[in-house]
Design a protein around this ligand. Structure first.
Ligand SMILES: NC(=O)c1ccc[n+]([C@@H]2O[C@H](COP(=O)([O-])OP(=O)(O)OC[C@H]3O[C@@H](n4cnc5c(N)ncnc54)[C@H](OP(=O)(O)O)[C@@H]3O)[C@@H](O)[C@H]2O)c1
Length: 214
């Protein structure tokens, strides 16, 4: 697949690299320096290249949205027409200080995003668990089982692509149902992140949540 990366930071950089190494054609875009995008593409060692957000979206089978919530409008403006594109979003609707969700619990970031891009197919993914915490826990326990990663959406074609991508980056994709489920997983993600990063028992708690969900 051709995958456009909108936001080439921690999430976009790592996921784009893994997608390129899995054989996908990746365009890294949206960082504060072009040099960084060039370096990411070179280090990815697969079929990866730097580009503008518009170039990342043109011809893409899937687009990964991986910017802070406060940058979503800007990157979408730069990307141009995203009609009929599959947008896999990992952008959590957080405030600038990352201390709270900026939406009421009657909606979700994925639903708000879907309103901004009504002709695109939005899938909420990669935003339900702090992955590095779970990977650390699994490594410590020498478990061989892949950690689960839930995703949701209303479009079956988009969800199939999302599941493939989730599988490619090392998780077991778990279909949580329709897009509206995102409004329940986002506060949960925030809770797990807070427990994981703020509490001394954090990773253990994240692990228990994961087991509890099975
Ligand atoms: N990190 C996680 O574990 C995690 C997990 C789940 C969900 N998320 C969500 O995923 C999203 C991205 O997180 P992240 O950790 O990948 O963030 P990040 O590392 O800060 O990446 C954001 C990207 O946006 C770029 N950017 C920011 N402001 C810009 C500007 N004014 N002009 C051009 N580019 C700009 C950054 O450029 P530079 O590269 O130059 O800094 C970076 O490439 C967030 O919504 C976060 O809540 C993150």
């Amino acid at each position: 697949m051709q995958i456009g990366i909108l936001g080439s930071g921690l999430m976009g950089g790592k996921l784009g690299t893994i997608f390129a190494r899995a054989g996908h054609d990746v365009v890294f875009s949206y960082a504060r320096s072009e040099q960084k995008l060039k370096e990411l593409a070179a280090e990815a060692k697969g079929k990866a290249r730097p580009g503008t957000p518009r170039e990342a979206v043109q011809g893409a089978d899937a687009v990964l949205l991986a910017v802070h919530w406060s940058r979503v409008d800007d990157v979408l403006n730069q990307a141009g027409d995203v009609s009929r594109k599959v947008i896999v979003s990992c952008s959590l609707p957080m405030n600038a200080a990352d201390t709270d969700l900026v939406i009421a619990h009657t909606s979700s970031g994925a639903e708000e995003l879907a309103k901004k891009v009504p002709k695109a197919r939005v899938v909420s993914a990669f935003n339900t668990v702090p992955s590095e915490v779970l990977f650390g826990v699994f490594e410590a326990r020498r478990r061989t089982k892949r950690p689960s990663l839930v995703y949701c959406g209303d479009d079956s074609r988009s969800k199939k692509i999302a599941a493939e991508l989730i599988h490619d980056v090392g998780f077991e994709p778990v279909d949580a149902g329709p897009l509206r489920i995102a409004r329940y997983t986002e506060p949960f993600a925030l809770l797990v992140a807070q427990l994981a990063y703020e509490g001394e028992e954090g990773p253990e708690l994240a692990y228990r949540f994961e087991r509890f969900g099975k």
